[in-house]
Design a protein around this ligand. Structure first.
Ligand SMILES: [Zn+2]
Length: 152
């Protein structure tokens, strides 16, 4: 799965790999693997970055997720952010089932960026149990980002 996922105020929307039905993985059960509501196929772990579309879904994710959340602050005009995108996606795939990866467009969500005191991008934040655990910034390969997230 290489494309981005979306989320709402209740959970992450995960398309069933077998039938394509959109299943909502609620934040409180984000570490579990459920079954497709339509065809009952077992759903995979969340292995792609989640594109944040609203401040409400962002708040629900970081406060409700039972897994650590790694946030990528980026913007479309930022060259290093473009270079970082495939690394972030790779890290999300490598950490499937152990952490959730979310992307915040700082042009669209300046309030979220301000809340995290983001200065330069790309910037990253690690949130555990609703609390900010670590922050870093600048381009980094997937392996280095994961090592940072696991120490945080
Ligand atoms: Zn299905």
């Amino acid at each position: 799965m290489s494309s981005h996922l979306t989320a709402d105020e209740r959970g992450i929307i995960l398309p069933c790999p077998a039938c394509g039905t959109a299943n909502r993985i609620v934040y409180a059960k984000i570490a579990q693997q459920g079954r497709c509501g339509s065809c009952k196929t077992g759903l995979p772990h969340i292995s792609a970055p989640v594109e944040i579309e609203s401040p409400a879904s962002f708040s629900a994710l970081v406060s409700g997720s039972t897994l650590p959340v790694v946030i990528d602050f980026w913007a479309p005009w930022c060259g290093p952010c473009q270079m970082m995108a495939p690394e972030f996606a790779k890290a999300a795939a490598m950490a499937a089932g152990t952490a959730v990866f979310a992307k915040v467009n700082t042009d669209e969500h300046q309030d979220i960026a301000r809340q995290f005191r983001v200065q330069g991008i790309p910037a990253f934040a690690l949130v555990k149990s609703g609390r900010l655990a670590a922050q870093t910034s600048g381009f980094q390969p997937a392996e280095r980002l994961l090592a940072w997230a696991r120490q945080g």
